[in-house]
Design a protein around this ligand. Structure first.
Ligand SMILES: [Fe+2]
Length: 225
């Protein structure tokens, strides 16, 4: 009996010291589909701006027509067009393999990302205006949104039409993006990441508080292999 317990312990230890952690470290050291950018922003100001936007927006995110575990607040729109951020336009086209057939289907509607150049007027006084102006100088941006990932939730496994830029604002160690078979936590430290959303991916929040990222489409990013 004692020997059996000891063997179990040994097996567990050898599993723990084996490839899972090696792979995880490998992802951190060589984040192939997670590209850290040179830019940084002021995390405290990003968090203050998030509180301000939330207050203006009625302290809730748009749940995109009742779709489970997706919630957004659009920060940019087509100039002068309030309808450009309503309903399905808070979400947009993606592809997924929803069932046992493994057949890919498209969901939602195509968005003319390049037209979303204006900061939503109600948020123009916030720090996000400065952040978006700065990002627009360096990237051809699509829509910019605040995306909420609810506690203990995940998205569909899907791919998007273009890479996405992330600025983590509120996060926790269990909030991880998974691209194909690699998971990675982007810390909230003012840093900026571009992720390869043209590959199949998901986002999980295994924490007990909401995760908030600023997320933007990047229309001219050519650094992924
Ligand atoms: Fe996505």
């Amino acid at each position: 009996m004692l020997l059996a317990i000891k063997n179990t312990f040994r097996r567990r230890r050898s599993f723990a010291s084996r490839s899972f952690f090696t792979d995880f470290t490998g992802v951190l050291n060589n984040p192939g589909d997670f590209h850290k950018q040179e830019l940084t922003f002021d995390l405290e100001k990003l968090q203050e701006a998030t509180s301000e936007v939330l207050k203006i927006h009625g302290n809730s995110f748009d749940d995109s027509l009742g779709i489970k575990h997706f919630a957004a607040i659009p920060l940019t729109r087509i100039p002068g067009d309030p309808d450009s951020i309503k309903g399905h336009k808070a979400r947009g086209l993606f592809w997924t393999k929803p069932d046992s057939t493994g057949v890919e289907v498209s969901r939602d509607i195509e968005i003319k990302e390049e037209l979303y150049t204006e900061v939503v007027p109600e948020y123009k006084h916030t720090y996000f205006s400065k952040v978006i102006t700065e990002l627009q100088k360096q990237y051809k941006l699509g829509r910019v949104r605040l995306l909420l990932k609810e506690p203990r939730s995940c998205l569909s496994f899907h791919r998007d039409p273009e890479p996405r830029l992330h600025i983590p604002i509120i996060t926790n160690p269990g909030a991880q993006m998974i691209i194909e078979d690699k998971a990675f936590h982007m810390p909230a430290d003012g840093g900026v990441w571009v992720t390869n959303n043209e590959k199949y991916h998901n986002f999980v929040n295994g924490g007990e508080e909401g995760r908030v990222h600023l997320v933007a489409g990047v229309l001219n990013y050519t650094e992924f292999e």
